[in-house]
Design a protein around this ligand. Sequence first.
Ligand SMILES: *[C@@H]1O[C@H](CO)[C@@H](O)[C@H](O)[C@H]1NC(C)=O
Ligand SMILES: *[C@@H]1O[C@H](CO)[C@@H](O)[C@H](O)[C@H]1NC(C)=O
Length: 384
Amino acid sequence: MEFSSRFVLLILLSTTAVVLAYTEESIETQDLLIRQVVPESSSSNQLDDLILNAEHHFSNFVKEFGKVYADIEEHAYRLKVFKKNLLRAKRHQKFDPSAVHGITKFSDLTPREFKRNYLGLRRKLDLPSDANQAPILPTKDLPTDFDWRDHGAVTGVKNQGTCGSCWSFSATGALEGANFLATGKLVSLSEQQLVDCDHVVRNRSFLICDAESPSSCDAGCGGGLMTSAFEYTLKAGGLEKEEDYPYTGKDRGPCKFDKTKIAASVSNFSVVSLDEEQIAANLVQHGPLAVGINAAWMQTYIGGVSCPYICTHRLNHGVLLVGYGSAGHAPLRMKDVPYWIIKNSWGESWGEKGYYKICRGHNACGVDSMVSSVAAIHTTPAKP
Ligand SMILES: *[C@@H]1O[C@H](CO)[C@@H](O)[C@H](O)[C@H]1NC(C)=O
Ligand SMILES: *[C@@H]1O[C@H](CO)[C@@H](O)[C@H](O)[C@H]1NC(C)=O
């Protein structure tokens, strides 16, 4: 019964999912369909309470996240958006029952504002010329569960603020891990250096970017690509430490890169194939990987394994893949779901202490489609 209804659901959805990108409208029209086959979960009932008492929960939300609105109109408008987002969270809960969706610090933002200010992956940029194709690795003896946090290769969760610089955090995260593997030291690296200085990329036909036209390539808060950031770092010589070139979340400043303060350098970087076993093998062998993802479901995400029935593969957010697990809780699936463990850059107050879990096995939200690994240069400690 459980299986057959899910099967029907999948058939129904897969026919529509290929034609429709994820939009609020497309979810709306399929809602009716979904209601017939997906039973209400307890998280969904909790969301009903939130919706009934939206104003009360809005004032708690304003307090909890220290929100300040310019005037009464702004306050009223944000309450309206908040209510819409509660309905959206309820829909997300229904479509994504193995995760928990609800109020997050982004609950007063429209999906458009959220996308503009907190994502920032520019997938139109071409692959840099120095990118390698990752060689095929053996996958026979991969561990069933793996997490680079247990091996000291991951720095604390950072916060990109209101700036589309996700790509720089994904890139530093990968290089921090690679540098740890090469040197045995975990050093937090500078995103601001990438935001201020990384403006050289090519599109299909031209070298289009230079320091004078920062809006046409890896463009600070306007977005960028992790492979472009690796290319920049390779060419520039390396990245400074976070503390030497601290993050401001603004991209109007000049490049202040100081070559004498390089803390980690890129040896080479590679694009990993779309195969999940290869992604896991590269992760285990080379450290955390830079990945692109579609973030539509992340605005309302609170915890659990996100495994939405529909999610477009249109990538718009850069994050860091740090591990995987074999047995996530899945209330409706009657079995454990395997998942990827993802480090995000929205601070610890989002998701599971800043982390996101997304199911493995079918390129959910495009998580397998833009994966890159970086290798750091082995350094011998300088003699005093
Ligand atoms: C590459 O950039 C140049 C200069 O901005 C532009 O004229 C050209 O159309 C771009 N090509 C592609 C394929 O985007
Ligand atoms: C990348 O760099 C690492 C570390 O220096 C090296 O072991 C590896 O062979 C390099 N890979 C390629 C494809 O050049």
